[in-house]
Structures are given as C-alpha cells and as structure tokens.
Design a binder for this molecule. Structure first.
Ligand SMILES: *Cc1c(COP(=O)(O)O)cnc(C)c1O
Length: 366
C-alpha cells in the first residue's frame, strides 16, 4: 500500500506497563505507577461528587465548541473565548499544530531531551527535526535561535521541561521571544504550570497578547488529576486559533470530560493542596539524592530525574518487580538516570527504601 514514507520504521508511543499487567506478571498485590506524572491524590472531591450524581446522556454528540468549558476557562484565564482551542489532551493539540504547520521541506526546532511527542508528530508530517541539546540543564535558547532558518515553522519550548523538570526563566524567555522571527510559531508547553513555584517563572499569557506567533498549551491531565478524561487547551491570538480550528476533529472532547473539567477548574483549593504536598514529596527525593551523592535535576514539577549510578533499565526492572513502575532514563535520553513521579509521602518512602535496597545490591552504595 502507499504509506507515507516517513512511517517506515516508526513505532507507537510506548507507555509504562499497565498496573494490572505488572501485578499479574510478578504476582504482586499492590503496584504503584510513578511513571506518567499523574496526580497521586487523584482529582478534586468535588469532581468525585459530581461524577456520582451525573446523568449525562452519552448517546448524543458533545458540544464540539465546548461552549461551557470555554466560558469557564476564558474567565479563569482572563482571555477571550475566541482565543482558546480545546484538545483531546495536549497530545491532540500537538498533533493539530504539526498537521497545520509541518510538511516535507520545513523544519521544527526543539530541545533534547524533551517531550517525545513533538518529534514523533513532526516525523509523521515529514518535517525535518532539529534537536538542540540542553545547556546547564535547560533549553539552550541561544542555540535554538541559531537553529532557526527561513524554513522553520515551529519552535517548541517545554516549560517546565519533561523529562528534566527544569524551567526557562521569564527573563530568558522574554529575550528569546523578542528575537524569534515573527513567522515562526513558538509553542510554550506548560503541562506542569500549576506546580511551578520558582519566582523566575512568570505567567506567559501576556506574551500571547504581545506576539501573534506565540501560543501556550496547558492540560487537565497533570495537577488536576484528570488524565483519563483527555482535556488540554491552547491559548493563542484569535487569527491563530481560527487557522488551527479546522484541523481539529469535530467532537474531540466528550460531554462528560467537558463537564468534569469545569468542576475541577472551580476547585483551586485542591490544586493548591496538591502542589504543597508535592513540594514535601519532592524534598524526600532531594534528601535521598543528597544523602547518597546522586545527581538530580532541580525540578519544578511533580516528577524528578535523578542519577542511579547503575544501568537505568536494570533499576527500572528491579523496581517493577518490587511493585513500582517508573521510567528508565534510557528511554528518555538520560541514561544512568531514572524519572520518578512524586507520589504520596507513603509511596515515596516505600519507593526510596526499596531503591536503596536495589542500589546497595548493585554495589552503588559501598
Ligand atoms: C503529559 C504531558 C503532555 C500531554 O498531556 P495530555 O494533556 O494528557 O495529552 C504534554 N506535554 C508534556 C510536557 C507532558 O508532560
């Protein structure tokens, strides 16, 4: 058949093993997934109450314009309703952006290591991918600027960056945006926005007003704890949103997911509490790393990338056999490191106790 040439040798995204499969394979009663940066506290109790009392008619199509959710998010962010586009998760928005702007002959600039979906989608569209290594553990904005040429369509800034958890400061970002050519779209992926507490990181929505070529993506999948509902959104100027909207599938958010996102948005207290708990949890990992002399990336998110001084795949496997699913740095462009989602205090203690055991067995701690 006449497949797109670029699909040759491409593989589907490989998520962490499902909990049920790990339980069966290793005969475990309890398995904790700290691999995909979901919220360990789940979602707001208000969402839970809503779901228990909901009687949505799922036989009818959802509102493709997501009017109620649109009104709620526009009010919350203080942007116009016409400046929003909703995706089936931000993954969907990444696909929409690449489909709208990338094709053979153009290129796209991104950091490495960074979120895998920018590259994956760009490859499907047949665009050239220009990966710029991190410098001092963050996006090397200067090198990224240098990588831009007249054929560049999109520059991706994952901020905070996945898998490192590091941020680009507002000062650096401001200087960068002032220099990017106005015909190059800059995508600010802020999937972990809610978790950031470094004052050097600022709200970027004013940049969307200032620059027609800047868009911001956020999601309900991480801090809001709604990964399974698949709701992400993009903020851009009206003209940009109008260009992207025809690329979007007509009913890309379900009725229930739209309703749930509104309820979740209205419980900011829950988000605040989760972020506070996350800070404490992060400290457990930082203390562990410092105690054992393991290098770690300073994280502004609900995950942390740190050194294990052993083969990452082996540590991944050993931890899985002990009931914890994490990500090996090998799969993320960070060999010798593991990426762990920060769990509840109890999950973190148990995880770190077992990790100490594994690393001792491996002769890392003499
Ligand atoms: C998790 C994640 C996403 C995808 O989130 P969804 O909204 O669930 O599709 C996008 N970008 C980054 C950097 C992420 O870590």
């Amino acid at each position: 058949m006449k497949w797109k040439q670029q699909l040759n040798g491409m593989k589907a995204y490989k998520p962490g093993k499902p909990i049920e499969e790990v339980k069966r394979e290793f005969g475990l009663d309890e398995v904790v997934k700290l691999a995909s940066n979901e919220n360990p506290y789940g979602y707001s109790p208000k969402v839970k109450a809503f779901l228990e009392s909901d009687y949505t008619n799922h036989a009818i199509y959802p509102d493709g314009y997501a009017q109620s959710l649109r009104t709620a998010v526009a009010e919350y962010l203080d942007v116009k309703e016409s400046e929003l586009i909703f995706g089936n998760g931000s993954d969907d928005l990444i696909a929409i952006l690449t489909r709208a702007l990338l094709y053979p002959g153009v290129n796209t600039v991104m950091a490495t290591p960074s979120f895998s979906q920018y590259k994956h989608n760009a490859e499907i569209e047949g665009a050239e991918v220009r990966e710029v290594p991190l410098k001092n553990r963050k996006h090397d904005l200067e090198a990224m600027l240098n990588a831009i040429d007249e054929n560049t369509s999109i520059v991706w800034i994952c901020n905070p960056n996945n898998p490192t958890g590091t941020i680009v400061s507002d000062e650096e970002l401001k200087a960068f945006l002032a220099k990017v050519p106005s015909e190059v779209l800059v995508v600010l992926d802020e999937a972990y926005f809610e978790y950031v507490n470094d004052p050097a990181y600022q709200n970027t929505l004013p940049y969307v007003q200032q620059y027609p070529n800047v868009v911001v993506m956020r999601t309900f999948s991480k801090a809001y704890g709604l990964a399974s509902f698949r709701v992400g959104y993009l903020v851009g100027q009206e003209d940009v949103v109008a260009k992207l909207d025809p690329v979007r599938a007509p009913f890309n958010n379900t009725i229930l997911s739209q309703k749930v996102a509104i309820v979740a948005l209205n419980d900011q207290q829950f988000i605040t509490e989760c972020c506070e708990a996350n800070e404490k949890g992060k400290q457990q990992y930082v203390e562990f790393c410092e105690k054992h002399g393991l290098d770690y990336y300073p994280s502004q998110t609900n995950f942390i990338l740190f050194e294990v001084k052993a083969d990452s795949d082996l540590v991944f496997q050993e931890m899985m056999e002990r009931g914890f699913i994490i990500r090996s740095g090998n799969a993320l462009g960070a060999p010798g490191y593991i990426r762990v989602t920060i769990g509840t205090e109890q999950q973190n203690s148990k995880f770190l106790g077992l990790l100490e055991e594994v690393l001792t067995e491996q002769g890392v701690f003499a």
